[in-house]
Design a binder for this molecule. Structure first.
Ligand SMILES: Cc1cc2nc3c(=O)[nH]c(=O)nc-3n(C[C@H](O)[C@H](O)[C@H](O)COP(=O)(O)OP(=O)(O)OC[C@H]3O[C@@H](n4cnc5c(N)ncnc54)[C@H](O)[C@@H]3O)c2cc1C
Length: 466
């Protein structure tokens, strides 16, 4: 890898910079880890991200259901990195990566910025996939961002509020039917928490409706909940959800959706409609479109989800200076989880450090992933965990209270910032030992902003085309 600044660089504010420039796209687990790992390296690091925060996605569902606040899981990136002198943070949406000229073009509102790099780490993650039915997004938001979580919180609590005012029994039933599509970890966690909200937090808080009568449906086209866990753990999770009143419908594929409900196709091919105002989508993942740009320019293959099939050193063909890590990379045996992003980012950062010492790309050892296992919460005091035993094909499987304690400790350890850990622990103590949740505020903007922004974008498109 060439550690000198290429002459083609066009990042004007850095012309003349002597140090090797590393650009990192994304401020998630991959981006933040890579930046931190380069703290002591003789490089200038620029992190370009479309949000000002580092988001701890595993706890988004708790923001959506009022257990914790968004600030606790989304500290500002530039504050986290303020003591790391060799890093600067640039807010912007990366629109173009130019592999030939070693530049990244990002945009913040009307400002366009072109940043040159010597090494690039692309950690742009993934978005929700609606499997070609993008119009479903309006009716069933996914859970990927703070905006999503707050919108869902508004929709969930807003449905109870509307039901309280309704005098029509059919309408009331529709408002009190919540459907979560996708029975992976996020779907299970959301369904469990909505059920718990209805039966504990909101119990007795309304005068015309009984929130405990709310129906929570968890549906999936797959035949089991939590498919990656399988066997006993999937069965335990399903049993616990059912005990908490969640209606699990498996083998059910969503084929249509509108404001008032959805149509599902059952395994026998019949179609049926479920009336439900509040729907949550947690069914699919589509890699960042930046992957396609890398594919077009380097010839690297993409998998079905648009993830980049990187080489053994996490780079793309003929570009040993361009690393792809995290949810955007496709490496056999590496799941789209935090550990995949963290370990990939550490690998990329050390490959860059080695190259500064003169190590050629051919000398890099292939990336190897250490599977530390996975866990998911089902309800208060109940979780499942699967931890592989190193060097064997066996796994330790835990379900219930022990797994739940493990889940709590692990998530606290990985949250960024002492204060966030402390306040989250306090909120958990209240939420799990009493009926109270501290974050039940909702605003009109949270619920309606998506449509308003959509309309605005549509109007801009029409204006530009005219
Ligand atoms: C609801 C939910 C729950 C989860 N629970 C767990 C769990 O319990 N355990 C677990 O291990 N994993 C969990 N995951 C998965 C885990 O969060 C991801 O695997 C991990 O975040 C991937 O890290 P990443 O850095 O690749 O991407 P992300 O963390 O998604 O970060 C991507 C970053 O890129 C930025 N970005 C994207 N496109 C652009 C662009 N064009 N320009 C500029 N910036 C851009 C984004 O703003 C973001 O900062 C969960 C994910 C979700 C959504």
């Amino acid at each position: 890898m060439n550690s000198q600044r290429p002459m083609t660089a066009v990042d004007e504010d850095e012309v003349g910079a002597a140090r090797h420039r590393v650009v990192i796209i994304g401020s998630g687990f991959g981006g933040l880890t890579a930046a931190r790992r380069l703290a002591k390296a003789d490089v200038d690091v620029t992190v370009i991200a479309r949000t000002t925060h580092h988001l701890f996605q595993p706890l988004l569902y708790q923001v959506a259901t009022g257990v914790i606040s968004e600030g606790q899981i989304a500290p500002p990136l530039r504050v986290i990195l303020r003591k790391q002198d060799n890093v600067r943070v640039v807010l912007g949406d990366v629109e173009r990566i130019d592999l030939e000229n070693h530049t990244v073009t990002s945009r913040l509102l009307e400002r366009t910025k072109v940043t040159g790099y010597d090494s690039l780490i692309v950690a742009a993650g993934a978005d929700q996939s609606y499997f070609g039915n993008d119009h479903f997004a309006e009716f069933a938001p996914g859970l990927k961002t703070i905006d999503d979580a707050l919108e869902l919180r508004g929709r969930i609590l807003g449905a109870f509020e509307q039901a309280e005012l309704s005098t029509d029994p059919e309408e009331r039933e529709r408002l009190l039917t919540f459907v979560v599509i996708g029975a992976g970890a996020t779907g299970v966690e959301m369904a469990g928490q909505i059920a718990e909200m209805a039966t504990t937090t909101l119990r007795g808080a309304f005068r015309n409706i009984d929130p405990t009568e709310a129906k929570v449906i968890l549906l999936d086209a797959a035949p089991v909940v939590l498919p990656p866990y399988g066997g006993k753990l999937s069965a335990r999770a399903a049993a616990r959800l059912a005990k908490n009143g969640v209606d699990i419908q498996l083998g059910a594929m969503v084929v249509d959706m509108d404001y008032h409900g959805l149509v599902v196709k059952d395994p026998d091919g019949t179609h049926r409609r479920i009336e439900s105002q509040c729907k949550v989508w947690s069914a699919g993942v589509a890699a960042s479109p930046l992957g396609r740009q890398l594919a077009e320019q380097s010839g690297v293959e993409l998998d079905r989800a648009g993830r980049v099939k990187v080489r053994e050193d996490l780079t793309v063909p003929d570009h040993p200076e361009v690393f792809v890590v995290g949810d955007l990379m496709a490496v056999d045996g590496v799941p789209g989880m935090a550990q995949g992003a963290i370990q990939g980012a550490k690998y990329a950062a050390s490959a860059i450090r080695d190259s500064l010492k003169g190590a050629p790309p051919e000398a890099r050892k292939p990336f190897s992933y250490w599977d530390k296992g996975s866990m998911a919460t089902i309800a208060r005091f109940s979780a499942v965990a699967k931890i592989p035993v190193p060097g064997t094909s066996r796994s330790i499987e835990l379900a219930g209270f022990t797994a739940w304690i493990g889940w709590l400790v692990l998530h606290l350890v990985y949250l960024v910032g002492f204060r966030n850990r402390f306040t989250t622990l306090v909120d958990w103590l209240f939420a799990f030992t009493s009926r109270s949740r501290t974050q039940l505020a909702i605003t009109e903007q949270q619920v309606f902003a998506r449509n308003a922004i959509g309309e605005l974008e549509e109007r801009n498109r029409i204006d530009e085309a005219a």
